[in-house]
Ligand binder design. Sequence first.
Ligand code: NAD
Length: 261
Amino acid sequence: MTTENRTAIVTGAAQGIGHGIAERLAQDGLAVTLADLPGNQAALEKAAAEITAAGGKCGIAAADVSSATDVDRLVEEHVAAFGGIDVMVANAGIAVTALFEDTTVEIIDRTMAINVRGVFNCYKAAATRMIKQGRGGRLIAAGSVSAHKGGEWQCAYVASKFAVRGFNQTVALELAKHGITANIYSPGVIKTPMWDSIDEIVTTKEGKPRGSQWDKMLPNIPLGRTGTPQDVARVVSFLASENAAYVTGQSIVVDGGIYMV
Ligand code: NAD
């Protein structure tokens, strides 16, 4: 297929990194379905209108990635609208910020249901369709530097992202024979609503000024700045492109040099 008629689904596309990825893949010429929770449809409509105004091709969908039924329907509707699926970006995720002593079974289960089962549901539904199509495909998921090293305040999140990295490696091995690659992008400190909430929770608990947790990260970033959704989207653009045809099973860290693999 040419770039013009390749297609992609991006989950968690209403804001933050997912929004940036959807915009970028549409600029690259892919037809994109922007998916997010049912409560975020207004933000998706706004994002889709901007993409369309810029000459891109896209649609929107409501899907909770922790539900296999929702994700199967998402892929079916995407294929019905655009004729096939070439790229699945399983971006949606949550970060519950809590010290280990405050982390509950419910936090662990909710984090795993969205961050791990959600990626499983997205890979499974997309790969099933890609194998049927017989033209290969790209499975891409959100990892994190937390897929490589532990971090305070984030034990459930870190566990979920390590799981995503291991899961992705295994899928890459099993689906290589179908010409399907599987890679994760692993951001460091990216300015999104997720990071705003991490900052709010940590600074409230420690009685420090809002923004100070965010500021604390800066001296640890060799490239001297925090990241943007566009920094991550450029890497996803590469992973989705023909240039990444010989790359699979990888975690590409996008963090300004904090964690060197
Ligand atoms: P965000 O919280 O700003 O946006 C996440 C989006 O996912 C939201 O629109 C939300 O509605 C959606 N979402 C949440 N649960 C969902 C569900 N069950 N089904 C469908 N959609 C759901 O987060 P972000 O910072 O843009 O992060 C995107 C991804 O990148 C996440 O997987 C996150 O773990 C990862 N990541 C982010 C950073 C960072 O610094 N921001 C760093 C490393 C990894």
